[in-house]
Design a protein around this ligand. Sequence first.
Ligand SMILES: Nc1ncnc2c1ncn2[C@@H]1O[C@H](COP(=O)(O)OP(=O)(O)OP(=O)(O)O)[C@@H](O)[C@H]1O
Ligand SMILES: [Mg+2]
Length: 260
Amino acid sequence: MTTLPALLETLNITKSFRPDNASVEAVKNISFTIAPGECLGLVGTSGCGKSTLAQILMGITEADSGTVLFDEQAIDFNDTDTRKNYYRNVQMVFQNPLVSFHPRKTIGTAIMLPLLNYGYTQPEATEKLAQLLTEVGLTQQHAAKFPHQLSGGECQRAAIARAISIEPKLLICDEITSALDMQIQAEIVQLLLNLQAETKMSLFFISHDIVLVQELCQRLLIMRSGAIIESGTAHEIITAPQQEYTKNLIGAALNLTINR
Ligand SMILES: Nc1ncnc2c1ncn2[C@@H]1O[C@H](COP(=O)(O)OP(=O)(O)OP(=O)(O)O)[C@@H](O)[C@H]1O
Ligand SMILES: [Mg+2]
């Protein structure tokens, strides 16, 4: 059996913050890979460093040390051409959909922006916008609305449409359903499952809810205090967690599920 080269790989990523001279090691020496078409989950409690890691993968936060590789090439986030090419392939959806949109730009304009930036003509972008709105379960009327005129769920659908518009090979989702009620959360997970099956893009899905993550991901990384403390298939981890911390994550998520 041949193993495909990783789509994305991180090598020894480390990041500390120094608020008030008290150092917080948010990410400690993290190495992992995501294969083409794979859905990888990252699970851990609040403050364990998940968003810091995601932001390093997007070049929003600079790591103290370590390397991000895409298609086996080390990414220099300071190089404009490299960044542009990387964002063609790697996109992210954030927790709070409302703040990820410009308040005075319509949803349609926001979704078309990456298309125009990456070489679509105006007519091509307009046609693609119509197709994307349908794909994520919005109507054509949503294009003319401003972000605050959409519900949280609609806004998150629009954010997903914008992120997948240029057909990235990897979509990073950081707690994208946390601000939504359970019904809408389930709809967004189903949407991602459908999109992933259709496009075969890779997913890096981040959440504190391990039950939710295992609905989407074949493989999980468990993060605690900046480090990956356990990894394996979702089935292995859910049925035979090795660490007490992981057992607690499962217990907390099951409690949530029972109360749903
Ligand atoms: N810009 C920053 N300046 C200082 N400290 C920060 C900064 N960003 C994050 N931290 C700290 O780094 C640690 C990890 O934060 P991070 O936001 O990555 O956690 P998280 O796992 O995403 O949490 P949550 O589940 O609540 O979103 C926390 O202790 C946080 O206070
Ligand atoms: Mg976070």
